[in-house]
Design a protein around this ligand. Structure first.
Ligand code: F3S
Length: 62
């Protein structure tokens, strides 16, 4: 399972970056992006919390 961010919709609220910084970070345009790596099971709950908390619902995990 990897995380993906539809950056066209990101409003840079930072919730994902604050909630799960191992997976999400801001790019140079202050849009969130996810690392291109499998999400470790130990932090899957944090990644899911970030997905569920994104106010514009642009994060997916699959
Ligand atoms: Fe953007 Fe949603 Fe993260 S608005 S900064 S992808 S929580």
């Amino acid at each position: 399972m990897k995380a993906y961010v539809d950056q066209s919709g990101c409003i840079s609220c930072a919730l994902c970056v604050d909630t799960c910084p191992a997976i999400f970070h801001f790019n140079s345009e202050a849009k969130a992006e996810a690392v291109d790596e499998k999400i470790p099971s130990s932090i899957m709950d944090l990644a899911e919390r970030a997905r569920d908390g994104c106010p514009v619902q642009v994060i997916s995990i699959h």
